[in-house]
Design a protein around this ligand. Structure first.
Ligand code: NDP
Ligand code: PYC
Length: 339
């Protein structure tokens, strides 16, 4: 069903569109499946900046030649609680899929474990990965740098990536506690969507090339984005640079942008995912940590506040029932990739 402004698709139709576009541009079948899962999940949960819009981003990246369309991830079982997957320059999704069973096994054996993805191209939200780990009853943390687009607090030149931090905690029922946010005031994808729609951005998201505040999306994209929470976001962003860059032998956001060399590809580098098994501290019969966490969540929602991911989960229910609504201009741009 279509109207003039949006196109409504079922999730199966979104998946078919994603597969067709990615395959048409030469992505190998196992990567097509892994990337499609992420794109469908983003659209399903009404995360517009990381849903089907990312098909434009992926194809652009494929066209730059900065991502391998078919590299097979190589798993390296480094230590009892450490696993590394070399993505070989391909998109991160397949490397994560190959590495995560090892991460889960190791976390359950050691109480805590870490997975490093190396040499991957990352264009996605982190919550799908967090949800995969949390579904095993584990607590999860994930971070990745991106491209140097964000000025440190007190500075004006891009240095940090948009550097997301995502965290998950298991809850009874299908919807875990998950937050996933950029350490910039907003994800870059959100500013890109404002630019596409010709809409101004709020103050505080970015500055122009002289460090002056701007509400023009294109000016902020060309100037510098800002961190959230001033020096606090700046320090968290620095942490992401360090623990998903040098700590795991991979690129910082500045190095990723230098590697891009003006091509306009998605960020290249690493991701760190940590999984903690509550039973490690609490023993195999551990259970009351779940009830005690629920008391914390009740304390939040009892005040009328909402939990992070609630909007997303509500979107998921809507999308599963009645499909997703894609701006017609975006849909047309994606269909044009099939020509
Ligand atoms: P948002 O600011 O939209 O949301 C951040 C988090 O805060 C979400 O978990 C959101 O839940 C929650 N939240 C928002 N409003 C409230 C509220 N009022 N009360 C409680 N919780 C709230 O996200 P960002 O723009 O910072 O990031 C968007 C996405 O971009 C992330 O998924 C991130 O992983 C991705 N990203 C990826 C990068 C990469 O390099 N791969 C780089 C940067 C970002 P909800 O979703 O339910 O609103
Ligand atoms: O929106 O900032 C962003 C982003 C970077 C990489 C993937 N998403």
């Amino acid at each position: 069903m279509t109207d003039t402004d949006t196109v409504t698709l079922t999730l199966d139709e979104v998946a078919a569109l994603s597969r067709a576009v990615l395959t048409r541009h030469g992505l190998a079948p196992d990567h097509v499946e892994a990337v499609t899962e992420t794109i469908v999940a983003g659209e399903r949960d009404e995360c517009a900046a990381h849903g089907v819009y990312r098909l434009l981003v992926c194809i652009n990246t494929l066209k730059t030649g900065k991502v391998s369309p078919d590299a097979q991830p190589v798993v390296d079982d480094v230590a009892p609680a450490l696993v590394r997957v070399d993505a070989g320059g391909a998109f991160a999704q397949l490397a994560f899929k190959r590495g995560v069973p090892h991460l889960i096994t190791k976390a359950k054996a050691s109480g805590i474990a870490a997975l490093a993805l190396n040499n991957c191209v990352h264009f996605a939200a982190l919550w799908p990965e967090i949800e995969t780990v949390v579904a095993e009853g584990l607590v999860a943390l994930a971070v990745t740098p991106s491209h140097a687009w964000v000025a440190p607090a007190g500075g004006r030149k891009p240095l940090f990536g948009t550097n997301p931090i995502a965290f998950g905690w298991p809850r009874p029922g299908p919807f875990p506690y998950v937050f996933d946010f950029a350490t910039s005031a907003v994800a870059r994808g959100e500013i890109e969507l404002h630019r596409r729609a010709g809409k101004p951005i709020p103050e505080g998201w970015g500055v122009d090339g002289d460090g002056q505040p701007t509400t023009d999306a294109a000016t902020a994209l060309a100037g510098a984005m800002l961190t959230f929470g001033g020096h606090k976001g700046s320090a968290l962003s620095t942490m992401v640079e360090l623990i998903a860059g040098p700590l795991i032998g991979d690129m910082t956001s500045a190095e990723s942008l230098a590697f891009d060399d003006g091509a306009g590809s998605s960020p290249y580098g690493g991701e760190l995912i940590v999984a903690i098994d509550p039973a490690g501290f609490l023993g195999a019969a551990a259970a009351d940590h779940i009830a005690r966490a629920e008391a914390v969540f009740d304390g939040i929602t009892g005040q009328g506040a909402r939990l992070p991911s609630q909007r997303r989960y509500e979107g998921r229910v809507r999308s599963l029932a009645s499909g997703v609504h894609i701006p017609r201009a975006l849909y047309d741009d994606i269909r044009a990739l099939l020509d």
